[in-house]
Design a protein around this ligand. Structure first.
Ligand code: HEM
Length: 534
């Protein structure tokens, strides 16, 4: 005893004080072992263990294998285990099981179900930031939010956003020109991911929130906090001891999470305040009872559908509190910029690696726009067929959201296995898109896969960048229009190449959104349409 360090002797004294002896030790251990055996033999665990999966350690399950960075996590969960255990497998993170599904046939019954609409438990890690917003909530609350916001994505409303997409593309071109000029002076490359992230944030603020974000320093903190908060969610989900809010709040990650949430809320509160102020000024000026209806089709006021809808709903029917509005604004700002920024960045990366496909894209934009500086219209977007295939192939290889999660709310049979109520299910979108049984040569960029003649026989659930069923992406059409306008402008003005064609492929990190590790660095060169260049 004399050699015990002070802490240990303190514990022994404490144990003696609470009357600990070997009998107590034996009883406690026996209770733990009996509890564990009962749990192992419970119906819930037995049902889950009928699903194949990687061997795990007692109590820890597969946690040690998954104690890796997000790049490795993506490789193991979406590729290695899918190859080894098939389209449905289970893994254990301590006492928490997750069943992972990666085939169109097995995803369909879950995504198409009107009952299985509850998100996975892990989504609640976002609730300090996003509250009970449409993205996280379920049941009646989700249904009424979805119904309230769906009109904001009606085709006629979306058409009005083309002005914003075109205006912001001009701003982007200026930024790319400046970056391309300084390219040779730096290391010969431009981090297009950084520039496109700012562009995507400007677009969502300008189109849906009525706020033009111009000052870069204003948004820097916001973008950094989003980045960190999505990493924190992933780190937390792999540390079961941080699952409880109490433990998390006491941890350094919890503290950092709180700081990020504060910065994000300050930013969105300011967006809402500004919009309310503008609406009040307009109301006073026109003295009209129904502002939105009285606006001409193309006025900026008319196209600001999203935030205005929320503010109207809060004023008219008392349906939404200020916090409710902020939660939805937070959600749309996040879901509406991070996803499109990564999609555009991976697109440029794919075409830089595939110069033949890039030339075909130049042919298409040159034919449609010639040397005209005119804006991209909805009709142009419909005519940009090859661009459409390239965007889809990018979203296949790099789906902005690599996986979605559901909680099974009632026992459900999938693939011959009964999945018990309460279980979390991960639908591996990235894993399915990279599965050679679904897409032969999955790592090769082949836009022709999406030509109508090649995709007609594909399973309708084989391509799911926007998920599917009742909880699919509400912003899907908005996102595709945005991508087409911005990318067609970028292709009219620049060509892209890898600064070092032999450099290893950029790694993707799974952080809710599939992010390029260290950004995407490309050589950017101005180009002219062929008719002028010739
Ligand atoms: C390339 C761009 C985009 C991709 C790949 C994408 C993908 C997705 C996916 C996979 C989901 C389902 C998530 C889940 O079930 O957990 C989703 C949901 C959602 N997305 Fe998108 N999204 C994109 C752009 C947008 C945009 C631009 C907006 C808004 C302007 C948006 C708003 C939402 C919202 C609000 C939901 C939740 C819908 C609900 O639960 O009813 N997304 N998105």
């Amino acid at each position: 005893m004399l050699f015990l360090p002070p802490m240990q002797s303190f514990y022994l004294q404490w144990i003696n004080q609470i009357g600990f002896n070997w009998t107590t030790w034996f009883v406690l251990t026996s209770i733990l072992i009996i509890g564990w055996v009962c749990w192992r033999n419970s119906r819930y665990v037995r049902l889950i263990n009928t699903v194949p999966g990687p061997e795990g350690l007692p109590i820890l399950g597969n946690l040690l294998e998954l104690n890796v960075g997000q790049v490795e996590f993506l490789r193991i969960v979406h590729r290695e285990w899918v190859e080894k255990h098939g389209p449905i497998y289970r893994g254990w993170g301590g006492s928490r099981a997750i069943v992972c599904i990666s085939s169109p046939e097995l995803m369909e019954p879950i995504l198409a179900s009107q009952k299985l609409i509850t998100k996975g438990k892990e989504y609640s890690y976002l609730s300090k930031w996003l509250g009970a917003c449409m993205f996280l909530t379920t049941g009646q609350r989700w249904r009424s939010r979805r119904r309230l916001l769906t009109p904001a994505f009606h085709f006629q409303i979306l058409e009005n956003f083309f002005d914003v997409f075109n205006d912001q593309s001009h701003q982007l071109i200026k930024e790319l020109e400046t970056a391309a000029d300084s390219c040779p002076k730096v290391d010969g490359s431009v981090n297009v991911y950084k520039i496109l992230t700012q562009c995507a944030l400007d677009i969502i603020c300008d189109s849906s929130m009525g706020r033009q974000v111009r000052k870069r320093e204003e948004t820097a903190g916001y973008l950094h906090s989003i980045n960190r908060i999505t990493q924190i969610v992933m780190e937390r989900s792999l540390r079961p001891w941080l699952d409880s809010d109490l433990m998390f709040n006491l941890s350094s990650l919890g503290r950092e999470n709180r700081q990020c949430v504060q910065i994000l809320h300050d930013f969105t509160n300011q967006v809402i305040r500004d919009r309310k102020k503008t609406l009040n000024v307009n109301n006073n000026q026109t003295d009209s009872g129904d502002q939105i209806k009285s606006q001409p089709e193309n006025s900026p006021k008319r196209r600001l559908a999203f935030l205005d809808l929320l503010i109207q709903a809060s004023e008219n029917g008392d349906k939404l509190s200020d916090d409710d509005i902020r939660e939805e604004v937070d959600t749309f700002m996040f879901a509406g910029h991070d996803t499109t920024a990564t999609a555009m960045s991976w697109f440029l990366y794919c075409i830089a690696r595939n110069p033949d496909e890039q030339k075909l894209l130049f042919d298409e934009v040159d034919e449609i726009f010639e040397d005209d500086e005119r804006p991209c219209t909805p009709q142009d977007a419909a005519n940009l067929k090859y661009l459409d295939c390239c965007i889809k192939e990018t979203l296949r290889m790099y789906p902005s959201i690599p996986g979605v999660m559901r909680t099974i709310t009632e026992d459900t049979e999938i693939g011959g296995y009964v999945l018990p109520a309460g279980l979390s299910v991960a639908l591996l979108i990235y894993g399915m898109h990279r599965n050679p049984k679904v897409y032969p040569e999955p790592d090769v960029f082949k836009p022709e896969r999406f030509l109508p003649e090649h995709s007609a026989n594909r399973h309708p659930y084989a391509f799911l960048p926007f998920s599917a069923g009742p909880r699919n992406c509400i912003g899907q059409k908005y996102a595709i229009f945005e991508l087409k306008v911005v990318l067609s402008w970028v292709l009219r003005k620049f060509e892209f190449s890898l600064s070092d064609p032999c450099c290893p492929a950029v790694s993707a990190s799974s952080e809710i959104v599939l992010k390029p590790v260290d950004g995407i660095h490309l050589t950017v060169k101005p180009r002219k349409p062929r008719s002028i260049a010739a």
